[in-house]
Design a protein around this ligand. Structure first.
Ligand code: AMP
Length: 399
């Protein structure tokens, strides 16, 4: 069966059609600038040319229609008819406390997801628009929601509660939820498999380091803590997000810079992180080039990022009372040997050592620690689309 994986944002939409048996990607691409002038669709069939077509897409429904048209296009389509799409798997950012696993998207589920809009106002409404548009265009095809938060629902209460009046948890569900769950789940499972071990016997720390970044502690296959919180702003210093800071800074900054709350949140979400620190770029490739040329602020931004990551890894070793593997994934984790080396250098006292040659790896599964390193350190590329396709298949076959 083929599964269409949809990741719908407010003005963009990424898609992949995956053969669930061979797990091959049959076609993939994205629609950009939905609802904005100059919208275009990028479509790439497996082994074929990538083609970009400018086409008006005033709504997500039109964007999805163009995706479906591309998939069945007689020239470079990969299926004969839409009957060959057995199910659609949708990435949904926030499932609140209700969804600890993926679920078939019924009207009742969609209502519950809508109730989570408050918790993820930038993401969930867009996810829902994508789901509803797909339902209209493929009314007989089962749709599955795969939540970014679901994997972290196993966190114990001591890990997910904030030190706030308890009533705010009861009234508003203010708590840590965590994100990138599909990635943390996929990568931790694959790590155990790759090492030939049973995940039920392992304590794994997954470092998902990309433009958005989070680290999680996975004990016996279950997430017991993670760095992102009620929203993706908490935790690590990221591309443009500040991560953890003293909450009083917000009030201080609002007074000093004459900002309203939207302005302050824009600073924390879009103008901070390594971008804000360096004043240069949110992309580590740019920071590395600048650092090589002696740019002090680029060097500082990288050091702050790495130090924060190392502190969280250290705290999760304490949380799990040990660790059996540390894994790097996502754009930066999979590609940046300097970041990996610097972060791991904080754990020399524990007998963790990287093999410089092995650590040159980019985007490939590999153990990057030395043979006598006390704990193996690995690179395991994440594949959220494949994880969503697998989850979708599981739900649809159980039906
Ligand atoms: P992601 O959000 O997972 O797509 O990761 C994006 C980030 O990964 C970029 O902003 C870069 O900082 C980093 N990245 C991607 N590719 C490389 C690379 N080849 N070398 C270093 N950093 C990279």
């Amino acid at each position: 069966m083929n599964v269409l994986v949809i990741n719908c944002g407010s003005s963009s939409l990424k898609y992949q059609l995956i053969d669930s048996v061979s797990e091959r990607v049959l076609a993939k691409g994205l629609c950009e600038r939905i609802g904005i002038e100059g919208s275009r669709i990028v479509y790439q069939p497996a082994g074929g040319e990538k083609r970009t077509t400018e086409s008006p897409m005033p709504t997500h429904k039109q964007a999805i229609q163009l995706v479906l048209d591309s998939l069945v296009n007689p020239e470079d389509g990969v299926i004969q008819s839409l009957d060959e799409v057995g199910a659609v798997g949708h990435r949904v950012v926030h499932g609140g406390e209700k969804y600890a696993s993926s679920v078939l998207l019924t009207d009742e589920v969609l209502e519950a997801v809508e109730e989570c809009n408050d918790l993820a106002p930038l993401h969930n409404p867009a996810n829902l628009i994508g789901i509803r548009a797909c339902q209209e265009l493929m009314p007989d095809t089962p749709m599955v929601g795969v939540f970014d938060t679901a994997f972290h629902q196993t966190m114990p209460q001591k890990a997910f509660m904030y030190g706030l009046p308890y009533e705010y948890y009861e009234k508003y569900k203010i708590r840590k939820y965590g994100f990138h769950g599909t990635s943390h789940s996929f990568v931790s499972k694959r790590t155990a498999q790759f090492l030939g071990r049973d995940i039920k016997d392992m304590k794994i720390i997954v470092c998902h380091l990309g433009n958005g970044a989070s680290i999680s502690a996975v004990d016996k296959g279950a997430s017991i803590d993670t760095t992102m919180g009620m929203t993706p702003l908490e935790g690590l210093v990221m591309g443009t997000r500040s991560g953890d800071l003293d909450p009083s800074i917000i009030e201080f900054l609002m007074h000093k810079e004459n900002l309203d709350i939207e302005g302050a949140m824009k600073v924390l979400n879009k103008e901070s992180g390594v971008y804000g620190l360096s004043g240069l770029s949110s992309d580590f490739r740019d920071l590395e080039t600048a650092a090589e040329n002696g740019n002090e602020r680029a060097i500082l931004a990288r050091a702050v990022f790495n130090y924060r990551a190392a502190k969280f890894i250290g705290s999760y070793i304490a949380a799990m009372n040990g660790v059996d593997a540390i894994v790097f994934t996502a754009g930066l984790g999979e590609n940046d040997s300097l970041v990996r080396k610097d972060i791991c250098s904080y754990f020399g006292y524990m007998g963790i050592a990287l093999d410089d040659e092995a650590n040159k790896v980019r985007g490939e599964e590999k153990v990057i620690s030395t043979a006598d390193s006390k704990i193996p350190v690995l690179v395991i590329p994440t594949n959220e689309e494949l994880a969503i396709a697998r989850e979708t298949m599981e739900i649809v076959s159980d039906k």
